[in-house]
Design a protein around this ligand. Structure first.
Ligand SMILES: NC(=O)c1ccc[n+]([C@@H]2O[C@H](COP(=O)([O-])OP(=O)(O)OC[C@H]3O[C@@H](n4cnc5c(N)ncnc54)[C@H](OP(=O)(O)O)[C@@H]3O)[C@@H](O)[C@H]2O)c1
Length: 355
């Protein structure tokens, strides 16, 4: 996804010619308005073992907000084309590819490079997408959905009737995690800002305001015996509250450290508390000092498990069990607006780009 030599600013309202590629570049650390730009470039080709996909929808995720602030745990080198995940149709198939053909609808999670009209991808990274799913819904199930699914069903072994604490249930990952947990028969206590509590209640959870000073006491009042799992994307000292809330044998899953208060460029520092606590508690657990509680860190990655779990998520969405909320659909030219909305926390649900 490197810079193409023939790139130029994208055309105005009429957009680039359909034959050309349009791509979004993040040029540095700062505001979306300063550093997110749409340009035109040549259309890529499939390559021997790859395919070329015409993108129907690409996800805008919190990872890109962190990349823009230079606070992502795997910081990119600017300039680059962001875009964690996409859904689209194959328009070209490389000569070495078997199993896929032109017109097939696919999803992929390249982690970078999805914010384009056309994306060249290795065929082995593709997963099929049912034709009846809306593209925005289908892309909301890729990184966000698989993260929620794998944390719930692969990092923990929860039985119906048990209880969980989900942080950020008004967010893309948290809302799906809440729906999956409720579907699994779990009691869900969830944090979100107060303005979004009605939305969280509609998902079937009991909301608490994460800004309340007495949050730990409120949690204890709701679940005096503790909860069986905590899913935390904030990190920092909040991990100690989550750990203290765990019932015997419970699991704390840390899936990011988006705690506020760090300057752009301090990319590793927010993640140190989670790393240190995970290591310490691993040792303590093996010494029998944690009442069977454990802590793990989770990062979604492509691979066979990813494909299988994405397929299951699509099935649940087709059946109406999962209904990812779409906060906005944006043209590539308006990508900065989508990132701004995520940065400001002003919306509920997934922002998607529809090239
Ligand atoms: N580990 C992985 O593989 C993986 C994969 C995907 C995403 N992630 C991470 O997961 C996190 C959520 O992603 P997303 O796409 O769901 O983002 P999102 O849609 O922007 O949601 C963020 C959520 O966090 C909530 N929140 C903000 N401050 C909070 C606090 N102090 N305590 C508790 N909740 C708080 C927000 O609540 P309000 O909007 O109500 O304020 C919102 O519900 C991000 O940090 C992202 O990087 C990790």
């Amino acid at each position: 996804m490197s810079a193409a030599p023939a790139e130029r600013p994208a055309a105005g309202a009429s957009g680039p010619s359909p034959a050309a590629n349009a791509l979004v570049r993040m040029t540095g650390s700062g505001t979306p308005e300063e550093h997110i730009h749409t340009v035109e470039g040549p259309r890529p080709t499939a390559g021997k073992d790859g395919v070329l996909v015409a993108v129907e929808a690409a996800g805008v995720s919190f990872a890109e907000v962190q990349m823009l602030q230079h606070l992502h745990p795997f910081p990119p080198r600017f300039p680059f084309v962001p875009g964690y995940d996409l859904v689209g149709r194959i328009v070209e198939v490389g000569p070495g590819v078997t199993g896929w053909k032109t017109g097939d609808r696919v999803a992929a999670m390249p982690r970078q490079g999805a914010w384009q009209r056309f994306v060249a991808l290795p065929a082995k990274t593709l997963t099929a997408v049912p034709g009846e799913l809306d593209a925005a819904v289908a892309v909301a199930l890729v990184a966000n959905g698989v993260t929620a699914y794998q944390m719930l069903h692969r990092r923990t072994r929860l039985r119906p009737g048990q209880s969980v604490l989900v942080h950020g249930a008004s967010g893309g990952v948290g809302a799906l995690l809440t729906q999956l947990a409720v579907h699994h028969g779990l009691r869900v206590i969830a944090t979100a800002s107060a303005a979004k509590h009605d939305a969280v209640r509609r998902l079937g959870a009991e909301p608490l305001d994460y800004r309340t000073p007495g949050l730990a006491d409120q949690l204890r009042a709701l679940a005096p015996g503790g909860v069986d799992a905590v899913f935390d994307h904030i990190g920092g000292r909040g991990l100690d509250v989550g750990w203290a809330m765990l019932a015997r044998g419970g699991t704390l899953v840390s899936f990011d450290s988006s705690v506020a208060g760090f300057r752009p460029g301090q990319w590793f520092r927010p993640h140190v508390p989670a790393l240190r606590r995970t290591a310490t508690r691993f040792v303590a657990r093996h010494l029998g000092l944690t009442r069977g509680r454990r802590m793990s860190m989770y990062y979604v990655k492509p691979g066979p498990g990813f494909s299988a779990d994405y397929t299951e998520l699509c099935r649940l969405a087709v059946e109406g069990v999962l209904t990812p909320r779409i906060a906005g659909r944006h043209s590539l030219e308006h990508t900065a607006r989508a990132v701004r909305a995520l940065l400001d926390g002003t919306s509920i649900g997934k922002h998607v780009l529809t090239p």
